[in-house]
Design a protein around this ligand. Sequence first.
Ligand SMILES: Cc1cc2nc3c(=O)[nH]c(=O)nc-3n(C[C@H](O)[C@H](O)[C@H](O)COP(=O)(O)O)c2cc1C
Length: 303
Amino acid sequence: MSIRTRRAKGNAEVIIDHELCNLCGLCVNVCKGKPLYIENDRLHVDQSILFGCIGCGQCAAVCPQKCIVIEGREISAKDIIDLPPREQRADYEQLQALLLGRRSIRDFKNQEVEAEVIQKILDAVSTAPMGLPPSEVQVLILQGFDRVREFARDMVEVFKRKKWWFSPVALGIMRPFIGKEAYDLMKTFVAPLPDFFIKTMAKGEDWLLYNAPLAMYFHASPTSDPLDCTIAGTYAMLAAESLGLGTCMIGSIAPFLKSKNPVSTKYGIPTENNQGIMIIFGYPKYKYTRSIKRSLGGVTYYR
Ligand SMILES: Cc1cc2nc3c(=O)[nH]c(=O)nc-3n(C[C@H](O)[C@H](O)[C@H](O)COP(=O)(O)O)c2cc1C
């Protein structure tokens, strides 16, 4: 049975050049939708097995003979591209250096982010994995200091309307449903924030999006995996880092875009979409001289 998502219905077609195919079987091994099999010295496709072709492109990407293309479910022959040479790919040391160099940046130079740089970030984001292809992730780009500031101001208006969500009475009602730990976090961290954003914005200070010159909101349809936006956003942060930008994830916006309000309407964010993630970008004002060695909440081996 073919999988139905917002962007894709039906199966993709697997087109095989049987003249070139040498029956090595790699495509059959990597295909987990399961429509491929070899019988009587020929590669076959049976779309009725499990999900049929979901358009993941694994068979085309692994084929040493370059004899498979996929058409449908938002993928086509032009999307199967050559790999960069091995020596051009980052090794662990290079990747780790990039990761250690990243900090959450909340102070920016008075410099806009160029359109080509934004495009490079989007090109990197489009390589991110997703629960099911094709990606359902949508990106709202707030381009330029003025637009980011406008969004922050609009968001603060939403906070004014919704701040009762975090009143002692509302939190008290929620407490039995969310548990003590979540209640404590809401009370000590989340609840004071809307008032803080409202008061500082009234003084002309933007503590929500930190006067960034660029922000992107990653959100995705209800048929996406809830993690897809966060993975795409993380790719955007790392791509931006490699381009000399600083970034910071902003978690305080997305929960408010799950219900219809002037911001979701004005910026075209469907409220049925999965909760997304906002990220700000810009050229860092300050140079950091050291990194921070962090620890995880826990590591458990079971061997
Ligand atoms: C999901 C998520 C949400 C975040 N939300 C905010 C936010 O709303 N405002 C903010 O200033 N920083 C936010 N941050 C940044 C964290 O505070 C920051 O990552 C953390 O303090 C560690 O610092 P580092 O990124 O420099 O290592 C967020 C980070 C993540 C991963």
